[in-house]
Design a protein around this ligand. Structure first.
Ligand SMILES: [Fe+2]
Length: 494
């Protein structure tokens, strides 16, 4: 492995005992290129070609008040595979917020847990005074990485292999782009949504394979909402209005207090891919909040949609944690929210919803073979969370047809990242390929990349690849096939 240090960012962050600024969440401040990675175990498979890309949060400056792990600056990590060799690079997403704070040599915006009025500059997005850290999600569309922020930022473009920063996406609407835009690999389209505090409160859009915004339409909601994800089937996109939102009476007084309205149904908007507000069919379902969906597909008169149902979207605060972090620690604990794999069926003829639990275990952050996105599928891969912590201790593969499942644990003090599916070159089956995950080993103080053969899931990793530094935990990741990247319109050869 040949490692080149590209840059090291100078922090103003002071040492603390913050639970999410230490251990597996210690910010990483160096950017490197590591060529020709070596293995700890197994052999780098020659039958995958593409790149696994991961977004993490890395706080650089001393926060203005309390820090939440979703506040840190976005850093993208990429491991690329071709011909049995692998390279790794990591780069900060060079956001406008990061540049402004570098110039000021300190934080300019308060985070998710603080009063937004503490911000020293106006912000962006749903909250209005928060930094667009571009640290939440990452997809590859039109041959380039698109990095996004959950509170509707601008969207930043990077080269999928070199991670060179190309700046903000030009078609970003005034209300920004939420995290979790979706790429339909069959058409090359990017489907996205945003949300704001002002009527109509939500918009939905389509960007074509040439990166042109070709559709943008309001999705009128009864008031400001806090959606996080969307999903699509072959002909429809599905947006949501979950009953977890700012208390409308307190909001009139300028107070942002989130409440779960347990007697208000969840509503799902089913909109044709190029539909307008008047084409939306609304479906009611049991009250919940859905952080992430897995997939949706059409079957006869129905749309089948899978995701993670929260049994308690507003769990009680923890009282066994450092003062000031009682709420944060419970909201980051999926075992307190009880997030369960769930299936909704929307009947387009009758307007009825039928729903059922697929599994009673606490699971979230699911992945599928993206070639099956929007189509009938059979296999999904969920992350198992360490109780009490925003850390993944293992993975579960489900056969949603038979209900069968298989589990892999990463081992003590080892935490993985979201594990997308990398199809084997020439794969004929949906599960013919590898799950890819970055592991942070807390005891060893190192990181590695795991490959799990999906056909032999329960046997654990078939390859462990050494990485040049210990990385911070983060939120989302993606896989993009090399041939799709190379044929992408925005791709520029390194
Ligand atoms: Fe997310």
């Amino acid at each position: 492995m040949k490692v080149e240090l590209v840059n090291r960012v100078q922090p103003t962050l002071e040492p603390s005992d913050h639970p999410y600024l230490n251990g597996a969440h210690t910010p990483l401040l160096e950017e490197v290129n590591a060529i020709d990675l070596g293995v700890i175990e197994g052999r780098i498979p020659a039958d995958i070609d593409g790149v696994y890309i991961r977004n993490t949060q890395n706080q650089i400056h001393q926060p203005l008040g309390r820090y939440h792990p979703f506040d840190g600056d976005g850093m993208v990590h990429a491991i690329s595979f071709r011909n049995g060799k692998a390279d790794y690079r990591n780069r900060f997403v060079r956001t406008k917020g990061m540049a402004a704070e570098a110039e000021a040599n300190g934080s300019l915006w308060a985070g998710l847990m603080e009063d937004p009025r503490k911000a020293k500059r106006p912000g962006w997005g749903a909250h209005g005074s928060i930094k667009d850290a571009s640290s939440t999600d990452v997809v590859v569309h039109a041959g380039q990485v698109l990095s996004t922020y959950y509170q509707c930022g601008e969207g930043y473009r990077l080269h999928p292999y070199t991670l060179d920063n190309y700046g903000t996406e030009a078609w970003t609407p005034l209300d920004g782009i939420s995290a979790h835009p979706k790429v339909d690999e069959r058409t090359g389209e990017l489907l996205f949504f945003n949300y704001s505090k002002y009527p109509p409160y939500m918009h939905y859009g389509v960007v074509d394979k040439n990166n042109k915004l070709v559709h943008y339409t309001p999705v009128p909601l009864p008031g400001p909402r806090l959606p996080h994800d969307m999903i699509f089937s072959e002909h429809y996109s599905i947006l949501n209005d979950c009953p977890l939102f700012w208390d409308p009476d307190l909001l009139k007084q300028g107070k942002h207090v989130v409440r779960f309205f347990k007697d208000v149904p969840t509503r799902f908007a089913v909109i044709p891919r190029y539909g307008k507000a008047e084409d939306i069919k609304w479906f009611e379902a049991a009250p919940t909040f859905v952080l992430h969906f897995l997939n949706a597909y059409e079957e006869g008169d129905e749309i089948v949609m899978d995701g993670y149902f929260q049994e308690d979207p507003m769990p009680p605060s923890r009282n066994d944690v450092p003062k000031g972090y009682e709420r944060m620690m419970s909201y980051l604990d999926q075992h307190m929210m009880r997030t369960k794999l769930h299936r909704w069926r929307f009947n387009l003829k009758t307007g009825q919803t039928i729903e059922r639990r697929i599994d009673e275990r606490v699971l979230e952050f699911g992945m599928i073979n993206q070639k099956y996105a929007g189509r009938k599928y059979r296999y999904c891969y969920s992350a198992v969370q360490k109780p009490g912590w925003f850390l993944f201790s293992g993975l579960v593969k489900h056969d949603v047809d038979t209900g069968e499942s298989w589990e892999v644990q990463f081992g003590p003090d080892r935490y993985g990242s979201e594990a997308p599916f990398a199809p084997r070159i020439g794969a004929k089956d949906e599960d013919d390929g590898y799950l890819v995950s970055f592991i942070t080993d807390e005891k060893a103080g190192t990181s590695e990349c795991l490959l799990i053969d999906s056909k032999k899931f329960a046997q654990g990793p078939v390859c462990r690849i050494r990485l040049p530094h210990k990385m911070s935990s983060g939120t989302h990741a993606t896989w993009a096939n090399g041939d799709e990247i190379r044929s992408g319109k925005l791709y520029q050869a390194a």
